[in-house]
Design a protein around this ligand. Sequence first.
Ligand code: ATP
Length: 487
Amino acid sequence: MKIDDLLTLIKRRGFYFQAFNIYGEVGGFYDYGPIGVRIKNNLIALWRRTFVEQLGAYEVDTTTIMPEPVFKASGHLTSFTDPLVTCASCKTPHRADKLLEEFYSKKGDAQSIGKIEKMNNGELERELKANKIKCPTCGKSEFGKVETFNLLFKTAMGPTGAVPGYLRPETPQGIFVDFKHLFTVNSMKLPVAIAQTGKVYRNEISPRQQTIRMREFSQMDVEVFFDPEDEKSGLEGPGMKEVEEGEIPVLLKGSKEEEMVAIGDLLKKRVIPNRHFALLLYLENGFALALGFKKGNYRFRQVEVTPHYSRCNFDLEVKTSYDYIELSGLAYRTDYDLSSHAKQSGKDLSVTSDEKKVLPHVVELSIGVDRPLFAILDAVFEEGKDRGWSWLRLNESLAPYRYGVFPLQKDDKLVDKAKALYRKLVSMHVPVYYSEAGSIGKRYAKADEIGVPYCITIDYDTLTDDTVTIRNRDDAKQVRKSVSEVS
Ligand code: ATP
């Protein structure tokens, strides 16, 4: 099966792997190896180019441990919970909502999936029983009570242990807490985008399916702050005409079918609330395509039940070997966060922009890093039956290296020439690696399977005419080029 072959490749080439494995496994923690790190860094760089640079956003880096009042204000202390149910037979903990979601997903019953989000613990418990849902670990159908479980990791700050702190479960709170200070010292004006990427921590009940559900992972966030009474001012980036004409695949509330809809139509019909939401949807669509997802394999799902602090939510979902998975959440959070932090801290968090005092509203785009990374690998994985090895059709901007440079044989003359070209490319900041190990066919295979788009081979002709062979990963065709043309 494709997924088994992909998982074997990920493991064999060490893209990522179970953390602290020599001490036994604890679910939901992964370490990245060198190839995985390169792809992950490229993914973050692409996010920066797409959102931070295009929106003229201010990128910040806030702490990952924060004191209790932050999460009192954000609501995480009371509401960042999942419904926990334990199998009475094998004692494995599960998320009650996910068990039901999987059950209905297998039946293709989207309507029932939509209802799960609204259910309380008692309803979930009854639904598990009524459908005789089986424990995925032992196959028995003996679940206990559904309980509320808070996902925050708690710690203590300082030697006395008297000051409680929490590992942040998402990146935005640091931005909200710092907002007024950032606004002032950077002389910002509304609307303005502030961005952040970094590690977050969630004590997930049931981490699984690779990097899809982890306990320590990374996020990339953009928060757009704006005056809700000003409908005219826009951020940097593509103009509204281009945005409104952009068509995206959406799955609207209550609908069974995805449809291509112009963003302008969503705005006109007030399905989406404002121009900032529209702009982020537009950029996100371009981002999804740049990551390698194809039309028909991803969609923007209008969330059935929006959280109490939000007026509109669209999740980017991608079809993977497992199922559709959510890669990001776009939400209109109104002034919920700034109001809550103002109340909790006793500080006025409104700002003055164009001589008007405003407590800004916020549109937030929160994208995972590790979950999209898995979805990308899954989307670009080619079984490669024709060439005898599986490989990755990674977009060049995500590929770990642009070139592999190989001497045809371990002949000093070829090795010297190949190393000189390798060093020249390194000095030009081109991502490149050198290899002389194994047959040339094996080296092509090893390059293909980590998604390197081009392989350069130095052979005996190179010594006389300074040309090299460049092999294209996607069609395995080779062309001869002058060394001076390689960049
Ligand atoms: P889910 O419903 O799957 O738990 P969520 O709605 O809680 O996800 P958000 O809080 O919106 O997720 O987080 C934004 C993004 O962060 C997600 O779309 C996903 O890409 C990523 N993410 C969230 N939780 C995890 C996790 N446990 N492991 C890996 N990535 C995650």
